[in-house]
Design a protein around this ligand. Structure first.
Ligand code: SF4
Length: 160
């Protein structure tokens, strides 16, 4: 398990136990670790095979999905409700990549994604259509309307 995910899980546990200060300290460490990775483009944004490999791992090990967010995906969301032990469907449906603490939509990340897509396609349209960002935990290009079991509150990561 990568360091950021482990820290995210610790932070969540502390949060659940009302140890807010400790949870915030762990979040701060997570952000500093993430910051270290911002100097160059993440490898998966430049290498489609690596991106697909990491995405498959996210699907297999962290329940990333649903495949088509425009569909009801009842089975998928029911599993997430069970996992998070919540009663309301609306709760899990609001826990998306788009507001996850690992979802990087800084201009730097989007430039990297755009550079990786290349000029043969229209990178801006691809990013907009998929509402793409970069997942700093699982290291792949993910879509804001999807989610995974490693979701952490507090995102997305933006320029400001
Ligand atoms: S951005 Fe968050 S919810 Fe989306 S795949 Fe990454 S860790 Fe999971």
């Amino acid at each position: 398990m990568n360091k950021l995910i482990t820290l995210a899980m610790i932070s969540e546990e502390l949060d659940k136990n009302n140890l807010i200060l400790e949870s915030n300290k762990v979040m701060h460490t997570m952000m500093k670790l993430s910051q270290k990775e911002t100097d160059s483009c993440p490898a998966a944004t430049q290498n489609i095979k690596l991106n697909l490999k990491n995405r498959q791992k996210a699907i297999d090990e962290y329940g990333y999905g649903p495949a088509d967010p425009s569909q009801p995906n009842n089975k998928f969301w029911k599993e997430k409700m069970d996992m998070w032990k919540v009663d309301e469907l609306s709760e899990v449906k609001n826990m998306l990549c788009g507001n996850c603490a690992a979802f990087d939509i800084t201009s730097k990340a989007l430039d990297c994604i755009s550079e990786g897509i290349g000029s043969e396609e229209d990178p801006e349209s691809t990013i907009k259509a998929g509402k793409l960002g970069y997942c700093k935990f699982l290291k792949f290009k993910c879509a804001s309307k999807r989610t995974c079991d490693s979701w952490v509150t507090g995102g997305p990561i933006e320029d400001k």
